[in-house]
Design a protein around this ligand. Structure first.
Ligand SMILES: C[S@@+](CC[C@H](N)C(=O)[O-])C[C@H]1O[C@@H](n2cnc3c(N)ncnc32)[C@H](O)[C@@H]1O
Length: 216
């Protein structure tokens, strides 16, 4: 077992985060004991950030006190692991679906660093009073107009802040070849961000990439 990033551990092909809330599971994952710490298994088939790490992403820059704007929180699978990592930070978590948010609230009730926001990420002015300037934006909304969503939310990103941008080819165009869509997304992002990494998430997620960029 080796700690590869703050509060992130790897043992062979198994990834873990240090559980912020001892004894609590979020999605039926395994809990194990390692040198007095409780670790929570992080499933790369359930979380694109875990998939990116398993695919060789080497520079996860999250710190214990990082502030993150997370767009597309869903029921909180990935947010919960990010919450383990940035234990003293803040994760402003935006989700449009009331049904997902209902389940998400169970996580935010026990995790003090998770701030739930039931809102449409394409209208970021509606949550301006609820959030702070952030070090990172993590966007996983699987929407056709997701570039526009990122552009609008970038006002909350600090200078040199970093974006984690998930692209699901089929959400943008179900007919054109994924490679063509990925190229376009990278090009569009390059206007505002210096591209740091591009990771194909196969075989964990088919026709998905994660683009990591720094705000210019
Ligand atoms: C692929 S899922 C996210 C999975 C999640 N990031 C995880 O790893 O656990 C996409 C989510 O984005 C949400 N979403 C889509 N459009 C949105 C919008 N405009 N504003 C906020 N959330 C949105 C969907 O409701 C859905 O829950």
């Amino acid at each position: 077992m080796e700690e590869i990033f703050t509060n992130v551990f790897i043992d062979g092909d198994k990834l873990y985060t240090k559980n912020l809330i001892k004894g609590e599971r979020v999605y039926g994952e395994k809990l194990i004991d390692f040198k007095g710490k409780e670790l929570r298994e992080w499933n790369p088939r359930r979380s694109k950030l875990a998939a990116a790490i398993m695919k060789g992403y080497k520079d996860l820059p999250f710190k214990k006190d990082s502030k993150i704007l997370y767009l597309g929180a869903a029921t909180g699978t990935t947010v919960s692991h990010v919450s383990d990592i940035v234990e003293n930070g803040k994760i402003f978590s935006v989700e449009i679906s009331e049904r997902s948010m209902r389940q998400f609230l169970k996580i935010s009730e026990v995790r003090d660093n998770v701030y739930p926001i039931l809102e449409d990420a394409s209208r970021p002015n509606l949550y301006s009073g609820l959030i702070e300037q952030v070090d990172f934006i993590y966007q996983d909304v699987a929407q056709k107009h997701q570039q526009e969503i990122l552009t609008k939310n970038s006002v909350y990103l600090k200078k040199n802040g970093i974006v984690f941008y998930c692209v699901k080819a089929r959400s943008i165009d179900s007919v054109r070849p994924p490679e063509e869509i990925f190229e376009e997304e990278i090009k569009a992002l390059e206007k505002k961000f210096k591209i740091l990494d591009t990771i194909n998430l196969s075989p964990y997620e088919k026709d998905h990439i994660m683009i990591i960029g720094m705000l210019r």
